[in-house]
Design a protein around this ligand. Structure first.
Ligand SMILES: [Cu+2]
Length: 128
């Protein structure tokens, strides 16, 4: 009896850990960086939902997805994919990166490419 209780507790613990790591039920949202725009330039998320934000650089130059307020407003699951300040994703031409997070705070969060925002390479993340 005692052993079975411990086994059940252990199984629940392992299941919980697996669910934390498992991102297969995250909603996939894609954004492309091009020369010199984001496609799409507006993305919508919902509070409490888990996402996989797939970012792909199809441009011929390096681009950043610079979104400090947005990255602070979500619960990041793999912050190591961002720069050390956790303000942006840096993508070389042809590179792809995935950010896993849960949307936390509603709001409108403008973002840009740190290098090309002045060229109109901007967008907005909306969390509802
Ligand atoms: Cu850029």
């Amino acid at each position: 009896m005692q052993v079975s209780v411990v086994t059940t507790a252990l199984a629940a613990l392992l299941l919980g850990a697996a669910m934390l790591v498992d991102s297969s039920n995250a909603e996939v949202v894609r954004i492309v960086t091009a020369d010199y725009r984001f496609e799409p330039s507006e993305l919508t998320f919902h509070v409490g939902t888990a996402y996989e934000l797939h970012v792909e650089n199809r441009g011929n130059t390096m681009h950043e997805l610079t979104a400090p307020a947005f990255f602070q407003a979500v619960e990041l699951k793999n912050p190591e994919v961002l720069n050390s300040e956790r303000t942006e994703l840096v993508l070389q031409p042809g590179e792809q990166k995935d950010v896993y997070f849960i949307a936390k705070r509603a709001g409108r969060y403008p973002f840009n490419c740190a290098d090309h925002g002045w060229m109109g390479m901007t967008g907005v993340m909306v969390v509802e």
